[in-house]
Design a protein around this ligand. Sequence first.
Ligand SMILES: *Cc1c(COP(=O)(O)O)cnc(C)c1O
Length: 401
Amino acid sequence: MTDATVHPLYETYNRAALRFERGEGIWLITDKGERYLDFAAGIAVNALGHNHPHLVTALKDQADKLWHVSNIYEVPGQEKLAKRLTENTFADRVFFTNSGAEALECAIKTARRYHFVNGQPERYRIITFDGAFHGRTLATIAATGQEKYLEGFGPKVDGFDQVPFGDEEALKAAVTNETAGILLEPVQGEGGLRPFTDEMLRAIRQLCDDNGILLIMDEVQSGVGRTGRMFAHEWAGITPDIMAIAKGIGGGFPLGACLATAEASKGMTAGTHGTTYGGNPLAMAVGNAVLDVMLDDEFLPHVQKIALILKQGFASLIDRFPNIVSEVRGRGLLIGLKCVVPNTMLLQAVRDEHMLAVTAGDNVLRLLPPLVTTEEEAREALKRLETAVERLSVANPVKTA
Ligand SMILES: *Cc1c(COP(=O)(O)O)cnc(C)c1O
C-alpha cells in the first residue's frame, strides 16, 4: 500500500454511514442495535425479506453438499429451476448468470445470434428507451445510453439506438433493416418508476412481429413477483422473445437468468456462450427455494393487496402534502413518490424515521418493500413515511401568492 490514509475501497459509492449486521424479515439491524424498516430491500433483491427460514435452510443444506461444479457437467439444480421458470413463463430455455448485467449481455448476444444464424448478420442493432437502466458492463451502459454512465469509458459500444420514452412514432422511425430487437423495462426502475402503458407494450409487440425483430424485456427489477404478477409484462397480455431477470430470483444470493423462446435462442449453440459461476449449485438451491415460496397461489394476491394499501396511503400523502410529494409512480411493489422537494431530502427524512428507501431518476423516492411485507408492516411504513413528510412540510410550508 502506497498511502495508508487512502480508503481501501473504490469511491464509486456515496455510502450512508449505516452498518447493518443482521436482518429479520423486513427489518435490518445496525451494529448499534438500531432497527430499520427496510423498504429498499437491497434494491429489489431481498424479495422475501432477510433471513427467510426456507432460504436459509436451502442454502445451508446445499453448503454441506456441494458449492461449485463447472458447467461442463450436468447440474440438476439448474434443470429444476429452468423447468419451473419455463413452465411459468413464455420461455423454452434458460441461461443462468450471476447478475442482471450478465443476463442482459446474454439477452443481447442471443438476439444478435438469432439474426446471424438466419443469414442476416447486419441485423445487430438494438433499440432502447431514454431513462433506461440495463447495467454497468460496456455493452449495457451503451444500451442504457445515459451520458453519466458512459463518460470517460472510451468509445460507446456500437449497436444501440435510443428513442424518447413512450414515443411510438420515434420508435417506428428508428426501426431499420439493421434492427435486431427492442429492449425495454416494462416499468423503468432507476429511471423513475415509469411504466409503459399496456397499449404501448402491445403496439411494440406488434411492431416487432411486423418487422421480424425480437422483443427483449429487462425484468431484472420488475420481475419475479415485484409488480404483483410473476413478470410485469404479463399485465399487458403480451410475451417477449427474450427476457433478462435477476435481483428477486436470488432473494439475496447473486443470481440472474436469460430466458428465451426456442426460436429466439436457436443461435446459442455449444461453445457460443459460457460462464464459470452462472448456475452454481448454491445459487440454484436458493433460486429454487425462492420459487417454492412464490409459486404458492396466495403469494401474488398478497403482493397486490399490500401494493394497494401503499398506493392509497401515498395518495393520501399527496392530498395532504402537495408541497412535498406530487404523484404516485410505478406498479405493484415497484412503487414511488415523485417529490416536490429534492428526493434526497425526503430520503434523509425517511432514514431519520429509521426507514430505508432509495432514490430514482426524475426526482422520485423509490420504495421496494420485501414482497412478504404484512398489512401491519405496510401501515407502519406509511406511518413513518407520513412523519417524515410532515416534518419536511413544516420546514417547507406551501407558498401562497
Ligand atoms: C439492477 C438492474 C440491472 C443490473 O443488474 P446488476 O445485477 O447490477 O448487474 C439491469 N437492469 C435493471 C432494470 C436493473 O434494475
